[in-house]
Structure formats: C-alpha cells, structure tokens
Design a protein around this ligand. Structure first.
Ligand code: LRH
Length: 481
C-alpha cells in the first residue's frame, strides 16, 4: 500500500491525515491531532512554531509506529503569516499571528505608498488588515532591523518544509495571499513591492503545487525513523480545501468552513474591476492557476470564541486568563441552545471589524446589538442563535453579491471542512439562501492536500479524475431548504 501524508494545520488545531487510493476510492485515516495555541512574545501574539514543529515530528513518529510510512507528504496551513530568515538560515523575526494588533494603522501607511485601487487592480487581493503586505508594513515601522537582516521570507508551511528538508521554496497559492503577487503575471509584483518599500530580495521564485521540496534531513530522519519526499500541495489551506469540493456542476458556490468561512467559486481569470473591489471579493491563486474568487466571512471563529469564553480558556497561552468556568460547554450543547431560541431575531454584521480579535466576542456581539438598537441577547441560547443566524445571513448576502459580480445564477452550495458537520448552520444556510446545501467532506483541506500528492504520484491522471472520485469516496449530506 502506498501512503501519502497531509499535515493540515489550522488556526486552532492541526492533524496528520494519511491517505491512500484503493480501487479508485480515496481513503483517509487520522493518525495524530494536536492543538495550536498561540504565545505572547515580545509584545505580540505569535504562533508557537517550536511547539508546532514538535507536533509535526510527533505525528511523523506516529506514522512510523503504526507501520504506515508515507512515500510523500505535504503541509498546508492558514495563509498570510510568515517568518523572516537570515542569511545563516535562522529566523530573524517571530511568527506573529495575523490577528495580533501590530497591523493597526498599517493599511493607512501602505495607502500612502500605493493607493488601494491600484493595489487591487494589480493583485486582485481583498483588503484585510492582516494581509502579509500590511504585516510587513507594520514590521518595517516597528522592526526595520529585522527586514534589513532578512534574506528570505518563508510563509508558515514553507518554514516547516525548510526545517524538514533544509530547502527554502516559496509556493504560488500561499504567496498570492500576501497581496504582493500580480494576478495577471502570477509572479511577485515588483511595482507593488517597491511602492511599499519592501526589499525585493526576500521573495524567492514561485513554485507550483506538485513540486518537490526535497527529502528529510539526516537529523529529521533520526528523529522520526524514516525518510520521505516532501511535496508542495496548495500550501494555503483554502487552496487545498477548494480542490476537494465535490461540485456537481458549474453553478455551485463553495464554502470552506473552519475558523473562517470562505465563500466563493473558481474562475479561469481574475476579476479586478471596481465593483469587485468595493464588494471586497478576492482572487486568490489556486491549483493549476485557477482563481478562487471568494469572500472571507468571520465563520466559526465567532462560535469558537464564545465557547472559549464560556469555558474560561484563551487562544493565547498565559494571557487574558479568565476565572475558572462553572461548566464546560460542548459545541453540540451550544447548537442545542441556539435551536431552543430560534425565534430570537437580533442580527449582527459578521464581517464587522469588531469581531476580528475582540477581547470578548460575547461583549462584542452584545455591543453591536446595543449600537444597532436591537434586543441584546441575555442567555447563551440567544447569543448563539444571534451568531448562527447572522452567519447564515452573511452567507446569503455573499451569494447575492457573487451572483451580481459574476452574472451567474447559483443553484447549490457545497460546504467542506470541519464546519460542514454543524447541522444547524447547514439548515439555516439552506433556509436563508433558498439553495440546497451539500455538506462534506469534513476533512476537505487535508483531502485537497492529498489530492495534489495523489496526482503528483500518478494515482490519478489529473484533477478532474481526482475530483470525480470524491463523491464515491465520501459521504456527502444533502440539506434541502
Ligand atoms: C483560513 C485562511 C483564510 C485566510 C486566513 C488568514 O484558514 O487561510 O483563507 O484568509 O486563514
């Protein structure tokens, strides 16, 4: 049996998923799962890269322990975040997390170098305060010495690939999330980079998914007990997730549902006109140069945050500690509470910036209701109902915008990712959009990562063949409006 391994790391947890192909069906097996908890470092919320690296190694050892050593492996993570590397191959920056507040004022600063309409016309990337372009602008203000000392910029998956193999490779799909890649030439945009005053030398050649990074270093082989080919999947998790959507036809809207809900379609060409810019739709680079035309919607982050607050835990270690909670809420219990308050009518705009990284999500939701003259949720059920229904309303609004921007009528919604397990959200989505929802596969991102490896290994001839196999391999639930 030939195994391939996806290491899929999201903002709150990571997993090692082994995959193989048997009689044309794709089979997945979760080998290892770990938490992703940020740390406070040098005044910023940072990814704990050391802890993540140890978890990556631990999961590799777990493959060896069950005697299922993969022939190839690939890593995908959330986008936009990076580590700057010095000429000696060591990091010269922390891996600051994208919700950290360092980017305050960075958009305005970047705007002085390059007005947003020009940036959008060139890159097609939405305006989000956490885009790499703005993080680098913020870094330049706070730590110009780090940029001066940097010889390369590695996105998070590329940093781990470097630790695994000793090779530094930049990958195209994740690079587009920096807002520094030209949507038409599909390579780094020198004009944008110069206008923002960034050093061109830190951006290496762009490699496509399927490319080989290298084999494990001797040290890694010693630590995990085997050697393996490291490949590039679409290293941006959303790029991998969209690969794994079992769409029936060209009229399906995709949602990759996790910490974020990424709602959109795949296009052959970028859309960078004014209407698209004003609606803040993005054109992220996809597998085989397709464009993911989508909108970021706040997503399960809101539900995860409220649950953490109720349970008295934080997503950043050793900070913002709340008092020990009376009880621990499960997602299923929160969903049941929401269902019990189905007639609660207050709604929030889930894309309001107050929900990006609030001290308390619960307070932010209540505050929004106060400011908009709506009844303020008093119970857990009312709070959850408000968030659930607001998310579904956000989806419906985005589908309407998408239709207007592409001139197409959409007839179904495919949801992949962990959030596709949320039955109540699926029901509300079907009801609010009036469209049938097809939910699954839940491991969409890891599957997309594996599909790039399966194709590179010749298990499937091409993407069409791999996609055709998804529906016969996984259970897809249909929810009618
Ligand atoms: C989802 C995701 C999304 C980005 C955000 C930073 O995990 O990669 O596509 O916009 O994280």
């Amino acid at each position: 049996m030939k195994y391939h391994l996806a290491i899929d790391i999201g903002a709150s947890s990571g997993r090692h998923i082994l995959g193989h192909v048997e009689k044309g069906c794709m089979m997945l097996e979760e080998i290892y799962r770990f938490d992703n908890i940020q740390v406070r470092k040098n005044g910023h919320d940072c990814w704990n890269t050391e802890q993540l690296w140890q978890s990556i190694l631990e999961g590799l050892r777990a493959c060896k322990a069950v005697n299922k050593v993969p022939e190839t492996m690939g890593i995908d993570t959330w986008a936009v975040d990076f580590v700057l590397m010095g000429a000696d191959g060591r990091p010269v920056s922390d891996a600051v997390a994208y919700r950290d507040k360092r980017t305050k004022g960075a958009m305005e600063q970047a705007e002085r170098g390059l007005p947003f309409p020009e940036l959008y016309a060139r890159t097609g990337i939405q305006k989000q305060v956490f885009n790499t372009a703005y993080q680098l602008t913020a870094l330049q203000r706070e730590h110009p010495e780090q940029l001066a000392a940097a010889s390369r910029l590695l996105m998070i998956p590329e940093y781990f690939n470097y630790l695994l193999t000793g090779n530094m490779l930049n990958e195209y799909t994740n690079a587009t999330s920096t807002a520094l890649v030209n949507a038409y030439t599909r390579s780094w945009d020198d004009t944008v980079i110069a206008a923002l005053g960034l050093p061109r030398r830190i951006f290496g050649p762009l490699n496509l998914p399927g490319a080989r990074v290298g084999r494990f270093t001797g040290e890694v082989q010693g630590a995990v007990g085997f050697d393996c080919d490291v490949l590039l999947p679409a290293t941006h998790d959303t790029g991998s997730a969209f690969l794994a959507v079992p769409a029936r036809d060209e009229n399906a809207v995709y949602i990759s549902s996790g910490t974020w809900s990424l709602l959109g379609v795949e296009n052959e060409a970028p859309i960078t006109g004014e209407a698209s810019m004003l609606a803040n739709f993005t054109n992220e680079g996809g597998y085989r140069y397709r464009y993911r035309y989508l909108k970021n919607i706040m997503g399960l982050w809101m539900i995860q945050s409220i649950r953490r607050e109720l349970n008295g835990v934080s997503y950043v270690e050793d900070s913002k500690k709340t008092a020990a909670a009376q009880r621990q809420w499960s997602y299923a219990e929160l969903e049941a509470e929401a269902r019990g308050c189905a007639d609660f009518t207050s709604r929030v705009d889930v894309n309001d910036s107050s929900f990006l990284a609030p001290e308390s999500m619960t307070d932010a939701v209540k505050q929004f209701c106060v400011q908009t003259g709506q009844s303020v949720p008093q119970t857990v059920g009312e709070l959850m109902q408000c968030v659930y229904a607001s998310l579904a309303a956000g989806y419906a609004g985005a589908v309407r915008e998408l239709s207007a921007l592409t001139g197409k009528v959409y007839t179904s919604i495919n949801i992949v990712g962990g959030g596709s397990k949320d039955g109540y959200l699926n029901e509300l989505t079907a009801r609010t959009t009036g469209l049938p929802v097809f939910a699954g596969p839940t491991e969409g991102t890891a599957l997309g990562n594996l599909m790039a490896q399966f194709i590179a290994a010749g298990e499937f001839d091409d993407l069409e063949a791999a996609r055709a196999a998804i529906r016969q391999s996984f259970d897809i639930k249909e929810v009618t409006p």
